[in-house]
Write a protein that binds this ligand. Structure first.
Ligand SMILES: [Zn+2]
Length: 52
């Protein structure tokens, strides 16, 4: 079963990327350096679970 996540900028909280992955791998929170179009530079993005 796939779970959807958003990668949110840790500086401005923009949701810039979505990922989906298997529930079994969800123990660790991902943190990645990614480009934020709002900050206009690379920032740390952390995984946030989508709730709906
Ligand atoms: Zn940002």
């Amino acid at each position: 079963m796939q779970t959807k996540f958003v990668m949110a900028c840790s500086e401005c909280d923009a949701h810039n990327y979505t990922t989906s992955k298997n529930r079994q791998n969800v123990e660790k929170k991902l943190e990645l350096q990614k480009y934020c179009s709002r900050c206009k530079r690379h920032t740390k993005h952390s995984e946030t679970r989508l709730r709906k």
